[in-house]
Design a binder for this molecule. Structure first.
Ligand code: TYD
Length: 242
């Protein structure tokens, strides 16, 4: 099976003032690039970011080259998009604008960082990826799975994680942790944390439905365990892939 990638975009992004190319060369390349793409998913406050950093440190200690990235954000442009998405002042943001911005950040990340790192054979760890859009926008915002898959086709061009670690905590724990964190370190990136408990419950259910649908890729890790125990669980899964 092959996937049509626009190699010009992946390997050689045009400079800002390059002439418009109407018919770029497209070549068939293998579906899976040589690197390893692992994502971390979970409710807000699940501790996935800490676990991603720990896994990266462990892999680097084994001599592997690791790119750590996050969504929304990652690239400098993605970081600007993140500010719009998470700013609590942006209450008018419509669900459609929201999902397009999440995918705008992702597309930039794929084009600027992720695809080339994977093509160099590196390990890429991402704190959230398309699964977050599936559960938060597809289910939480009721935009539907088909909309998300169509946007994924455009923004990611077939790039899917080989392994997804779902750090599992329930909606109540998630909201309590996120709000405690926001109180302890006041900041304005709280627009998503401010959603209702009902919204977060829908996200939780959607994550579990995803794990049930794709058990080969999405592996559940108990996010209520202590940090070292979670790290051991993560490693017991990842060791088979590296
Ligand atoms: P994140 O920075 O991971 O926050 P936290 O550390 O609290 O988990 O994610 C920011 C918020 O954006 C989070 O509430 C989840 C949400 N989100 C979406 O709704 N859709 C998406 O596609 C992504 C990537 C994140």
């Amino acid at each position: 099976m092959g996937q049509i990638f626009n190699l010009r975009r992946i390997f050689n992004p045009p400079p800002a003032l390059a002439p418009v190319v109407f018919s770029p060369v497209t070549i068939k390349v293998p579906m899976a690039p040589p690197g390893l793409f692992i994502t971390f998913e979970g409710m807000d406050g699940s501790g996935k970011t800490t676990q991603m950093h720990r896994l990266a440190a462990r892999l680097r200690a084994l001599g592997r080259t690791v790119l750590e990235t996050a969504e929304p954000g990652g690239t400098p442009i993605g970081t600007k998009i993140r500010r719009i998405l998470l700013d609590a002042a942006n209450q008018e943001l419509s669900p459609t604008t929201e999902v397009l911005l999440y995918f705008a950040s992702r597309s930039q990340n794929v084009d600027e960082w992720i695809a080339s790192a994977l093509n160099r054979g590196e390990i890429v760890l991402a704190d959230r990826f398309t699964d977050s859009s599936l559960v938060y926008q597809g289910c939480g915002r009721n935009l539907g799975v088909d909309t998300i898959l169509e946007l994924e086709r455009i923004a990611c061009r077939g790039l899917k994680p080989r392994l997804t670690l779902l750090v599992d905590i329930d909606a109540e724990t998630s909201l309590a942790r996120a709000r405690a964190r926001n109180l302890a370190q006041p900041h304005c990136e709280t627009r998503m944390d401010d959603q209702s408990l009902e919204f977060h419950r829908k996200v939780y259910e959607a994550y579990h439905a995803l794990a049930a649908r794709e058990p080969g890729r999405v592996k559940l890790v108990d996010g209520r365990a202590d940090v070292d125990a979670i790290e051991r669980q993560v490693w017991s899964i990842v060791a088979a892939y590296v």
